[in-house]
Design a protein around this ligand. Structure first.
Ligand SMILES: [Zn+2]
Ligand SMILES: [Zn+2]
Length: 429
């Protein structure tokens, strides 16, 4: 029988990656607290129609990438391909528009897209996602960008680049899209086959095509910032002033668009070096059209997301992976009656907050000492017949091949005292 493997495009996060993986999440939580964002957990699946309406029927996500299934009750459900639609659904459902605005929320968790797997891109991926709903002041746009920038800085990225653009609103986007269409219509035969289709379906997406033939045409393409209405232009101008006041450098990037229909005004990406062509580690923007697309009253919002798998890949590439934390003590019971005693003593240490483990099975002392060493333990606690008869444990300091006898009655206190001393300075006696 064939051995099972994980499905194509998904991966296991193994224990050796866990310290960085946990750091990606704990840093996110800590920074959100500082910026006043509260945690929200929404379901991993929602009604399929939520994403069709909230993400846009014409987008690649809805057309090609969603995991949609019918449950046993005949309901069409979709594994979330992104967070924003579900969080806006929760905002509306729970009447959060009656709370003080903006409502600032963050989430951490998996999302799913049927995409071609490549380095750092998976079909199940994890996002750190933030949303600020109910406010149109560009100050909150600036704070969303700053929060993500500080997050990446705190993770250890130092060569970051903020790419900024404004894609206007329903008042000023249509003339811009028309200008794009007429520019590209004359060049139709030079476009890649995908873009020939995008020209009808979603002309904004022409700007982020990676095909070389299409890239060459970008230089002369119309820019959205030249088409902004007074309201959008004012919003963008103030956002730039605020970012300058916060001493956050940015680059204007007229090619920056988002694949989702509900985005308005601000769009941004944060780029990090060292990941080749796909160097965006964070993307976000304003989505003032989303609430209405979901049948609610017009409600502004701005948000951003960072993909944890890409960050993990980059940080591990920089050699920041750590060893899993080691046990202070490993108990090695050699005689039958020592087994319950080992478990009892290990439990006492664990209840005191100290990492302790037991060895298992009926193996030689040498084999068990080897296991203790592999676990990175400081002390092997050997409990044999002699030890039990004398009421003493043999404590072997694994780093130094020294050992000492410690009375059983004092053993837990003795280990606690050792744990209080920095690891490098612990003595056997
Ligand atoms: Zn506008
Ligand atoms: Zn193209």
């Amino acid at each position: 029988m064939a051995i099972f493997r994980a499905p194509r495009g998904v991966q296991d996060i193994l224990p050796q990656s866990a310290p960085v993986w946990v750091q990606l999440q704990s840093t996110a939580r800590a920074i959100c607290e500082r910026y006043g964002f509260a945690f929200i957990e929404t379901p991993i699946f929602e009604e399929a129609a939520l994403f069709v309406r909230g993400v846009g029927a014409e987008t690649d996500i809805v057309q090609k990438e969603m995991y949609t299934f019918e449950d046993r009750g005949g309901v069409q459900l979709t594994l979330r391909p992104e967070f924003t639609a579900g969080i806006m659904r929760a905002y509306i459902e729970h009447g959060m528009h009656t709370w003080p605005q903006p409502v600032k929320l963050y989430s951490l968790g998996p999302a799913f897209r049927y995409e071609r797997p490549q380095a750092g891109r998976f079909r199940q991926f994890h996002q750190f996602n933030i949303e600020a709903i109910g406010e149109q002041d560009p100050l909150i746009d600036a704070e969303v960008i700053l929060l993500m920038w500080r997050y990446l800085q705190e993770l250890g990225f130092d060569r970051l680049s903020l790419q900024l653009n404004s894609i206007g609103c329903p008042a000023c986007r249509p003339p811009y899209v028309e200008a794009l269409k007429s520019y590209y219509s004359g060049l139709r035969t030079s476009l890649c086959s995908d873009c020939q289709e995008r020209l009808h379906r979603n002309p904004l997406r022409l700007l982020d095509c990676k095909a070389a033939s299409c890239q060459a045409l970008l230089q002369e393409a119309p820019r959205s910032v030249d088409f902004l209405c007074p309201s959008c232009a004012g919003h963008f101008q103030e956002l730039r002033l605020l970012l300058e006041a916060a001493e956050l450098p940015y680059e204007l990037n007229p090619r920056l668009v988002r694949g989702l229909d509900y985005y308005t005004k601000t769009v941004f990406e944060i780029w990090a070096e060292g990941i080749g062509a796909q160097n965006a580690v964070c993307g976000g923007g304003r989505y003032d059209g989303l609430a209405e697309a979901l049948g609610f009253r017009s409600t502004p919002g701005v948000g951003a997301a960072a993909g944890l798998e890409r960050l993990l890949m980059l940080l591990q590439g920089h050699g920041q992976a750590e060893r899993p934390s080691a046990a202070l003590a490993v108990f090695i019971p050699l005689a039958g009656p020592a087994r319950p005693l080992s478990l009892k003593l290990a439990e006492e240490l664990r209840l005191a907050g100290l990492p302790a483990q037991c060895t298992y099975g009926d193996r030689s002392l040498k084999a068990q000492l080897k296991s203790a060493d592999r676990l990175g333990a400081q002390y092997a606690i050997i409990l044999g017949e002699d030890e039990l008869a004398h009421g003493q444990a043999t404590v072997r300091c694994l780093g130094r091949s020294e050992q000492v006898q410690v009375p059983l009655a004092r053993l837990v206190d003795w280990l606690k005292e050792q744990a209080a001393v920095p690891a490098g300075e612990r003595a056997v006696q």
